[in-house]
Design a protein around this ligand. Structure first.
Ligand SMILES: Nc1ncnc2c1ncn2[C@@H]1O[C@H](COP(=O)(O)OP(=O)(O)OP(=O)(O)O)[C@@H](O)[C@H]1O
Length: 483
């Protein structure tokens, strides 16, 4: 077997030892490849695409370790639903870092690859259903233009996994700019020395934000930079109706990528209180609460960074607080800008914000589909639904028209709308349908949906069924963590 296409590096092992445990993936009984992302593999220069599937499956199950790999599980902690816990990769192994064709460094991680020193009571495994779910939605997010970890392969293990009942087990290969999380910094703060914390901060800056290396206060710069990244990310989620579902601090990436697709889902009918996660009974991670939670998580990040922001802790708190206090204003400005883009308004005035607020209020009242409303506005033909038939909406539309006429346009900026409003998103009823058929071994519907989702801003006249709005499907829809 050729093993020379990998060029793995292991800079993470240059960190103090408390940050990881060198650990091998646990081999699986019968690895079989079910999904392979050839385009992404090409981006990593992994030139064994022409090999037999079983050889690829050997790598992406953890049965064969590539040359140059130093497999490790990362240590981290995190606030889960507001409560602090020691965590760590309990079912994942980073094989190493591969440089892509553009010169960027990415972690190659196996998820569902067996127990590690951080598994606590978990079995270290994952179900085929949930690994395919992560593959489908993470790839969809990438094509929507939203920063995200990506999926390289899914391999079934030939072993069963128990989650209330027996499921087929699988391993997902995930790529990420890194797996450093807010929770990694919380871990350093609680379980390491100030030098460990500084080491992690400098490693992170070197890897993700090298232009911040020589600033006077790198800790503070890191806080500011990560805050801006998170603001951009959450605004982008809200553009397409994405609900992460479990924004614990261990699921907030320092590189600003969407990570952990466990209970996520996209909203259909507009309602800011929408929650799909079965365990989120209080709506902590509801669609409309995501900015607030991002700020909460950044406060946890700031708290972890305090010892390296200033030796004088009072001063450190003051400096960090000033940064966090800027969140709300920056988020709101970015969010309105995004909403104006969705409406094709390129030169908004302050008073136009009311236009956005009023449309959302009408959409909520009439339970209008978040994706479809913006598409319909841009197509200039109104479908027959409660929103478009209402008098309030007709008034709203006149005001919207007056806004773009003011810009000297005969219609809204369609270019802006086209790149802000996807034609197709992973609708929950379709996601469930293709995952259930895939779990029974039939991959065709999964691949068909994946293909359409890879061009979300294009028209798909042949595949209009994927844009269908679910009738009552979402009312009882639930998603799950850790499956
Ligand atoms: N079956 C399992 N066995 C061992 N540890 C697990 C298992 N499922 C989840 N964990 C661990 O529990 C913690 C929280 O789980 P969560 O579902 O948020 O993460 P995950 O989906 O496994 O991983 P990631 O956040 O990297 O996508 C993580 O530390 C994870 O490694």
């Amino acid at each position: 077997m050729k093993k020379d296409n990998w060029q793995l590096e292991n800079t993470y092992t240059e960190l103090p030892e408390i940050f990881y445990s060198l650990h091998q993936p646990v081999p699986v009984t019968k690895p079989e490849l079910v999904c392979f992302n050839e385009v992404l593999a090409d981006q990593f220069g992994l030139g064994f695409l022409d090999q037999e599937n079983e050889n690829i499956a050997d790598y992406f199950s953890g049965n064969v370790i590539p040359d140059g790999a130093k497999p490790l599980a990362q240590a981290y902690a995190g606030h889960q639903f507001g409560h602090f816990n020691m965590l760590g990769d309990g079912r994942a192994i980073v094989l190493g870092e591969q440089i892509d064709t553009t010169g960027k460094r990415f972690d190659i991680q196996l998820k569902g690859s067996g127990q590690t020193p951080y598994s606590r009571r978990g079995d270290g495994r994952a179900t085929l259903y949930s690994m395919l779910r992560e593959y489908l939605i993470s790839e969809s997010m990438f094509h929507l233009g939203i920063p995200t970890t990506r999926s390289l392969a899914v391999v079934t293990t030939g072993e069963k996994v128990f989650r209330g009942q027996m499921h087929n087990g699988a391993v997902l290969t995930r790529t990420a700019e890194s797996h450093i999380r807010v929770g990694t910094f919380e871990y350093a703060r609680h379980f390491g020395s100030t030098e460990d914390l500084r080491g992690l901060a400098m490693y992170t800056i070197e890897r993700h934000y090298p232009d911040k290396k020589d600033t006077d206060n790198p800790g503070l710069e890191l806080l500011k930079t990560v805050m801006h990244k998170q603001i951009d990310l959450v605004v982008d989620w809200m553009r397409v109706g994405f609900i992460h579902g479990v924004m614990n601090t261990d699921n907030m990436s320092i590189a600003g990528e969407t990570i952990d697709y466990g209970p996520c889902a996209l909203m259909n009918s507009y309602n800011p209180n929408t929650v799909f996660s079965s365990i989120d009974t209080q709506g902590r991670y509801a669609f409309g609460n995501q900015a607030h939670i991002a700020q909460w998580n950044l406060t946890a990040f700031a708290n972890a960074l305090l010892p390296i922001i200033s030796e004088d802790q009072k001063k450190a708190v003051q400096l960090a607080q000033e940064v966090i206090d800027g969140f709300q204003y920056k988020f709101t400005e970015r969010w309105y800008k995004m909403m104006f883009d969705k409406l094709g308004i390129s030169h908004p005035e302050e008073k136009d914000k009311e236009l956005v607020d009023n449309l959302l209020a009408l959409m909520e009242t009439h339970k209008a589909d978040y994706t479809q409303v913006f598409l319909t506005l841009q197509q200039d033909t109104l479908i027959e639904n409660a929103l478009f038939k209402s008098e309030d909406f007709k008034d709203w539309r006149q005001k919207w028209e007056a806004t773009y006429l003011r810009e000297g346009l005969v219609g809204p900026s369609l270019e802006l709308m086209n790149r802000s409003n996807p034609k197709v998103i992973p609708r929950n009823h379709w996601v469930e349908h293709v995952l259930n058929t895939a779990a029974r071994g039939e991959m065709e519907p999964f691949n068909e949906l994946l293909e359409v989702l890879s061009k979300p801003y294009d028209d798909h006249p042949e595949d209009l069924q994927f844009q269908q709005i679910p009738e009552d499907f979402d009312a009882g829809y639930q998603t799950f963590c850790g499956t």
